[in-house]
Design a binder for this molecule. Structure first.
Ligand code: C2O
Ligand code: CU
Length: 476
């Protein structure tokens, strides 16, 4: 049951297997435990991995099972997972299963759903894989530092009857702030990051290494599962001549479609499942570029067609994924909640309520706070709900970003339909668990509060969340 540590030759392995995190992890398809659950072990502790190519030194990180990303946990829809977590860090942590609809006690939020896992401590998470899709796990404690140091991994729940593809590939994207020594810059939760766009880095990795090439075959169909594990970086991936077909967002199936402008956008914590038909000529090379930060195009990786062609025309296999068992919101009878996000630099916020008392911006900043939801900046452990919902009722969150920065807004324990953006209906009204809001954006989402418990509602940029931008939604 215990997972092997990765060896220093990992870079060499990765060069051949980029994209096949599962090959490295040794975590997939473990034997069934006596009671029928799929049982995994995650040991959390320091490790060294080769992020930058040699001769750069290995980077000291924190990791799950010594791997970066953590092992790909892969089960089939309807199965039960049991994950035995052991913390060998010098500080407490928890594991949150992002996007998974699970019992509240398994949600991994310290002081809200469980006690922190102390150094040397253990916690067993156990839940059913209700929805098929692309999910991930990460700590929910001191996240600005713990995730930036490398604590994250993919959680893939396969459909009972998965659509046919030639290869099913996971790319976990991250954005690191590395010094020339290839070590992580230890300025976590820096004042500028808190009050601006969060911890934006200088080095993008795919599955824990700076990628160079990704080998493909003409004619093959790839399911590419993208996970944005970066603290703060948004991606807008331009796949060149390859027209990406989006088949799922945040793990939930969506009507297959090519995104506007051909660009695949992922805010922090978001996932996109793509179907890619690799139809460029054999021998060619095409580039994947991140164009989110206009004028600073970032070359991510090259697709290299250097192997035998597989076929000359794309296969005619179906693209659509089977729906997950979500309850459709009753929008006509919904309760509406107006939600504002304020704060940060250049936002003109005068101040906010902190523990029930009015604080001006200057005194907030002294307390490490810079953001508010509905005029309240969360400080320390949030326990009191900002809103209480009756189980089974539909709610619309009418959210306005009154700040000068992007915010990926995330709700635990549920998925919501994104209804509108700036008054325009959103195409396909996708189910998501995280929605990216640009400055001044107004977004409406709807969901049925069908999962009882206290659930976090927060900006997924940990520098913003830990500086006040979080709250609790109670479902009773
Ligand atoms: Cu990805 Cu509150 O979590
Ligand atoms: Cu934010």
């Amino acid at each position: 049951m215990s997972e092997g540590r990765c060896t220093p030759s990992r870079r060499a392995v990765l060069a051949g297997a980029l994209g096949s995190a599962s090959l490295l992890a040794g975590g997939r398809w473990p034997a069934l435990a006596a009671d029928g659950a799929r049982e995994f072990a995650l040991d959390i502790g320091p490790a060294e991995v080769q992020i930058a190519p040699q001769p750069a030194p290995a980077t000291r990180i924190w990791s799950y099972n010594g791997a970066l990303p953590g092992p790909e946990l892969r089960v089939r829809q309807g199965e039960r997972l049991r994950v035995i977590v052991t913390n060998t860090l010098d500080e407490p942590t928890t594991v949150h299963w992002h996007g998974i609809r699970l019992p509240n006690a398994m949600d991994g939020v310290p002081h809200l759903t469980q006690a922190p896992i102390a150094p040397g401590g253990r916690f067993v998470y156990e839940f059913d894989a209700v929805d098929a899709g692309t999910f991930w796990y990460h700590p929910h404690m001191r996240s600005a530092e713990q995730t930036a140091r490398g604590l994250y991994g993919p959680l893939i729940i396969e459909e009972r009857d998965p659509p046919r593809v030639d290869r099913d590939i996971t790319w976990v994207l991250d954005d690191w702030r590395l010094a020339r020594s290839a070590q992580i810059t230890e300025d976590f939760g820096h004042f500028h990051d808190i009050t601006h766009a969060g911890r934006i880095g200088n080095t993008v990795t795919i599955n824990g290494a700076i990628p160079e090439t990704f080998k493909v075959r003409r004619g093959e169909r790839i399911r590419l599962r993208l996970i944005n594990a970066a603290n703060a970086r948004n991606f807008a991936l331009d796949l060149g001549a390859h027209a990406p077909v989006i088949v799922a967002l945040d793990g939930q199936p969506v009507e297959p479609h090519t995104p506007r402008g051909g660009m695949v956008v992922l805010g922090p914590a978001m996932r996109v499942d793509l179907i890619l038909d690799m139809m460029e000529p054999a021998g060619s090379r095409t580039r994947v570029v991140d164009r989110f930060y206009q004028g600073r195009d970032y070359r991510l990786v090259d697709f290299v067609y250097d192997e035998e062609p597989l076929r000359d025309a794309p296969p005619d296999w179906t693209l659509a994924l089977p729906a997950n068992p979500l309850t459709e919101p009753d929008v006509a009878n919904a309760t509406r909640h107006e939600i504002s996000f304020t704060g940060g630099a250049m936002g003109g916020m005068r101040g906010a309520q902190v523990r029930g008392e009015w604080r001006d911006m200057r005194s907030m900043v002294r307390a490490g706070l810079a953001w508010a939801i509905n005029g309240v900046a969360a400080h320390g452990h949030v326990m009191e709900p900002m809103v209480t919902m009756q189980r089974g009722t539909t709610h619309i969150l009418d959210m306005v970003n009154q700040s000068a920065f992007f915010h990926p807004i995330h709700l635990h324990g549920h998925h919501f339909r994104v209804l509108s953006r700036n008054g325009e209906p959103v195409r396909h009204k996708p189910w998501q668990d995280t929605v990216l809001m640009a400055p001044d954006d107004r977004v409406e989402v709807a969901f049925v509060a069908d999962n009882p418990g206290d659930w976090m509602f927060h900006c997924h940029i940990p520098e913003h969340m830990e500086a006040g931008m979080m709250g609790v939604v109670r479902v009773t």
